[in-house]
Design a protein. Sequence first.
Length: 169
Amino acid sequence: MTGTPAAFLDRDGVLIEDCGYPHRPEDLKLTPGVAAAVRRMNQAGYRTVIVTNQSGVARGLFSEDRMHAFNALLVETLAEQGAVIDAVYACPFHADAVEARYRHADHPDRKPNPGMLTRAIAEHHLDPARSFIIGDQPTDIEAGRRAGVKGFLFAGGDLDDFVRETVGL
Ligand SMILES: [Mg+2]
């Protein structure tokens, strides 16, 4: 036993609807079944870790503070439904950033790179071999592969049904 299993969760298109750079409170539209899905992962003994690319920061669409506030609102909204998110990792960097501090040709955290996952694995003593990632993009699955974590591509619908039927929890 080398660590705790984790469920790595993409945010936009998995936990919430992807309306295009969601960041305002009114953009928070939960995916059907999301609270039940997260509760299922909690009960199965998985650490739940959000891993989200947020190039909207780099593109100057919203601030890093706004991004953190929006993520906190998501975590709080799920908590109100008994669904626990253990950690959130977000990558604000992008090659086309308007602000130099967010400009990076190929940041190690930006999926398909595995930086957010490998950092979470180290910081939370997670076991990649017993973990999985759910994403709505091939880049999510690739980030998982590079971190030694198996991936499940979510095409929409009820997330709890997906976690039960496809992930097998
Ligand atoms: Mg996504």
